[in-house]
Ligand binder design. Structure first.
Ligand SMILES: Nc1nc2c(c(=O)[nH]1)N[C@H]1C(S)=C(S)[C@@H](COP(=O)(O)OP(=O)(O)OC[C@H]3O[C@@H](n4cnc5c(=O)[nH]c(N)nc54)[C@H](O)[C@@H]3O)O[C@H]1N2
Ligand SMILES: Nc1nc2c(c(=O)[nH]1)N[C@H]1C(S)=C(S)[C@@H](COP(=O)(O)OP(=O)(O)OC[C@H]3O[C@@H](n4cnc5c(=O)[nH]c(N)nc54)[C@H](O)[C@@H]3O)O[C@H]1N2
Ligand code: SF4
Ligand SMILES: [Mo]
Length: 761
């Protein structure tokens, strides 16, 4: 139904078993590796890394080889499911959309717009159609009850960047290939392959950093595979990275090491910084972090050394914590204070092919809290509410209570905190619809499930990750096989029409028209556009043969910073040029972006935005907290063979030992009289679960680690392989109440827990 017209005809599955080779970007994680797939007929017979990919150069991880298995997974839904008498049964697409229309209309008419909630999960950002076509649906829903995986993930980074640079999507990344010194906190890219820093073969890039004489310092309570590559590994106490970074800032001021180079002219707030970090002297910080005061001083001197280029990079382990936004801010601040910002080898802003051209001058800036959540009164951020507040918005009676929920590519039953409460809340909904290829822990609650095409049946261009990439790169992959059902863009278009009251039969082409024509009209009407003043009809005609996401993408690319401006710059980029380049197009190393990237109201780089300055009081108070020597803190972890919750149904990835274990330090195990393989009972404020122990000195004493995304033992789900080694859901222990106050992000690391023998209760 939704074959991109730009795809060369030979790339679309022929019914015969001719052997052919195709190339595509892996859509599974942020690394965007190029893959080479061999197909015989419709079957994938081999997948390996594409050695000619301009960015990944042949790198691949075990997940990348599973695209064929994902496509063929017998549990993957090919047709919509409707719940009838408590059981999910297959239905036609028309039946399914009619059921959605009835369900949503009933709830909206009786309870109003905010009674329909929406949750958007992580795979949306790995999906061209999902990425570009969600907005019209959300706009048509007109609900304030919007939630996403962002608030169990990177929202702190959006907030700190929004406040400092003016746009929450202006996120600088470490210039990995040119830096000489990388201070990495709370990230394990050797297993995760990197996040908010797109760098295929991250492990190889780290090795090359060391081969060229550079240094890698890893801060992590666990000796991860990344930490094993490091020159130094610092086992920090969970949740205290903001203290550490401000301890480093303190030393920079105290030892007169601050050097902001030419940024002097464009920053604001510099004069107040020394005072803001005064409390964080290395001795006070050492007590809370468990990292020596001398080590903190060394880190400051090394970062500040002008003999080399340094950069600071933090991820999940420092964002999903109590002080997530402060940590994200402090990491950037250290790069700025040591003259390692917007310069090669430091922290730099990518410029992707579909991004808008940057221009100098003040912008609207970034504001939060335009409305508050009904129950707890937490502020919105980027138009959404914390997913940690989703359960209470469903289970608390009153005007605006959520009665219906739409999930798109999300599994909040496993990914959001206090899972027991959320699961119960989902059971109480009056209507639920999920756009999802699986019947799983979340979608089993849905009245209607709408399955999108498989990874082989859809085209791909990384709208999100090209903007977070350590090189500017563009890569488009046409669909490999023809989809039997509607594309995700079409599913979302039909949902948008239903939500806007036009009914289940309305033509999805109207949404395409709205989006594509809307973009073209904006471009020709903008004095800053490369197609300013051009004939909108002529431009629309030029993309009329393309499928919905491709048409939008083509306009974005051709009017983007490298674009051909629809003929005006003949050498420029277009979707057609990307189709002709199956190994991708390299657009070069990252370039300086200041001051044009700044869109703050002042037009300046805000070093100490007011919300940050206010929140620092909380961090200062925490410096004095008492530390119980026997306290246990729970953190998470990722392993290379899993991808959040949804790839545990791939047999080849589930082979080998049980990976859902609680890692504990031998000293703690001994103190608690527990041994390797014992079943331990872990208890937090909100829940309790039993899990096998893995005693290992690779984790700091006082810390235990459990991966997330497991707990595949729920009745009514349809994940045959995952159910064989279900594991436990770590989010039955994480708390829905405490949040990072500025971003609303959940706290998923550093959870206070007790650990005991499961037999002793
Ligand atoms: N304790 C703890 N919890 C965590 C984390 C942690 O570190 N610790 N990490 C958090 C992070 S970083 C994230 S991003 C979240 C992820 O949280 P979620 O996004 O809620 O969950 P996923 O496990 O990614 O599940 C994705 C869902 O999308 C479906 N899906 C897969 N591909 C597609 C597709 O192409 N289209 C559609 N429509 N659906 C698709 C899958 O079947 C699955 O139901 O989890 C968070 N939760
Ligand atoms: N194989 C695989 N790859 C993935 C995913 C996956 O599930 N599996 N998920 C994808 C997604 S959605 C994301 S967001 C990224 C995340 O990518 P990463 O951020 O690299 O994620 P993790 O591997 O969980 O690494 C987080 C590290 O933080 C450490 N940590 C925990 N608490 C603290 C703390 O308080 N301080 C410090 N300094 N460290 C701490 C943990 O021990 C862990 O090693 O990975 C992506 N890639
Ligand atoms: S690292 Fe990520 S993008 Fe690369 S093959 Fe593995 S899952 Fe795919
Ligand atoms: Mo994530």
């Amino acid at each position: 139904m939704s074959q991109p017209a730009a795809a060369p005809a030979g790339n679309v599955a022929a019914a015969n078993a001719v052997k052919r080779t195709v190339y595509r970007t892996c859509p599974l994680c942020e690394a965007t590796c190029g893959l080479e797939l061999t197909l015989e007929g419709e079957r994938v017979t081999r997948i390996r890394g594409d050695r000619d990919d301009v960015f990944s150069r042949g790198f691949i991880c075990p997940k990348g080889t599973t695209l064929g298995a994902l496509h063929e997974d017998p549990d993957r839904l090919r047709l919509p499911l409707i719940k009838r008498d408590g059981k999910h049964v297959e239905a036609t697409w028309d039946e399914a959309f009619r059921a959605v229309d009835e369900g949503l209309r009933r709830v909206r008419e009786e309870f109003g717009e905010d009674a329909i909630g929406a949750f958007l999960g992580n795979p949306n950002v790995h999906n061209l159609g999902g990425g570009l076509f969600l907005r019209p649906f959300l706009q048509a829903l007109r609900t304030r009850s919007l939630f996403s995986a962002s608030t169990v993930d990177q929202m702190p980074r959006h907030v700190s960047c929004g406040l400092m640079y003016g746009n929450p999507d202006s996120i600088p990344v470490p210039d990995l290939d040119r830096t000489d010194y990388l201070l990495m906190l709370g990230a394990n890219p050797v297993e995760s392959n990197g996040s908010l820093c797109t760098a295929p073969d991250f492990p190889g890039r780290l090795k090359r950093l060391r081969e060229r004489g550079g240094k890698l310092i890893v801060v992590d309570p666990r000796k991860t595979r990344t930490a094993k590559l490091a020159d130094r590994h610092l086992t920090i106490r969970p949740g205290s990275d903001a203290h550490l970074l401000l301890g480093i800032a303190h030393v920079l001021f105290a030892e007169d090491l601050v050097n902001i180079g030419s940024l002097d002219e464009i920053v604001s707030g510099f004069a107040d910084l020394r005072e803001a970090v005064a409390a964080f002297d290395p001795d006070a910080v050492a007590r809370v972090t468990g990292i020596d005061a001398d080590e903190i001083r060394t880190l400051a001197r090394e970062l500040a050394s002008q003999d080399h280029r340094s950069v600071v990079y933090g991820r999940i382990g420092v964002h999903t914590v109590e002080f997530g936004t402060l940590t994200s801010w402090a990491a950037d601040l250290l790069c700025i204070l040591t003259n390692n910002f917007d310069r090669p080898g430091g922290l730099m802003f990518p410029l992707a092919a579909h991004m808008r051209n940057r221009r100098e001058g003040p912008g609207r800036g970034f504001t939060m809290g335009r409305f508050k959540s009904r129950v707890r009164g937490v502020p919105e951020v980027r138009g959404e509410l914390p997913v940690a507040a989703l359960a209470e918005e469903i289970d608390t009676a009153g005007k605006g209570q959520i009665r219906a929920l739409v999930t798109v590519a999300g599994n909040p039953a496993l990914s959001a905190p206090n899972a027991d409460r959320l699961t119960k809340a989902l059971e109480g909904l009056s209507f639920m619809v999920s756009v999802d290829p699986y019947l799983n822990e979340t979608t089993r609650h849905a009245d209607v499930i709408l399955p999108p095409p498989s990874v082989l049946e859809r085209s791909h261009y990384d709208v999100a990750f090209t903007t977070l990439s350590v090189r500017n790169v563009a890569n488009y992959s046409p669909a490999i096989l023809e989809a039997s059902g509607p594309s995700e863009a079409v599913i979302l278009s039909r949902l948008a029409l239903i939500a806007s009251g036009q009914g289940p039969e309305a033509d999805p082409g109207a949404v395409r028209e709205l989006l594509v024509r809307g973009l073209i009209d904006r471009e020709v009407g903008s004095e800053h556009s490369t197609i300013s003043g051009r004939d909108a009809d002529e431009i629309a005609e030029a993309v009329s043969h393309l499928d919905p996401p491709e048409a939008l993408l083509d306009v974005l690319i051709r009017t983007g910073p490298y674009g051909d401006a629809f003929g005006q710059t003949p050498d420029g980029l277009s979707l057609a040029k990307l189709v002709e380049a199956p190994h991708g197009i390299d657009l070069g190393a990252l370039q300086s972006a200041l001051p044009n990237v700044l869109t703050t109201p002042s037009g300046r780089l805000e070093l100490l935005p007011a919300p940050i300055a206010d929140d620092l009081a909380r961090l200062r108070a925490d410096l004095a907290r008492s530390i119980d020597p026997d306290e246990m803190r729970l953190i998470g972890r990722r392993t290379v063979r899993s991808n959040n919750s949804w790839m545990h149904n791939v047999p080849s990835l589930m082979k080998g030992r049980d990976r859902c274990t609680l890692q504990i330090n031998p000293a703690d195990a001994e103190r608690l009289s527990l041994g390797h393989g014992d079943l331990a009972r872990v208890t937090s404020r909100v829940g309790s679960l039993d899990v096998p122990l893995e005693v290992t000195d690779e984790i700091r004493a006082g810390v235990v680690s459990l991966p997330h995304g497991y707990g595949h033992d729920q009745a009514g789900s349809g994940l045959t392989v995952a159910a064989k080694t279900p594991g436990v859901n770590s989010n039955r222990l994480t708390d829905d109440l405490p949040l990072d106050p500025l971003s609303g992000n959940a706290i998923l690391n550093g959870i206070p827990v007790t650990v005991a023998s499961a037999g002793s209760h």
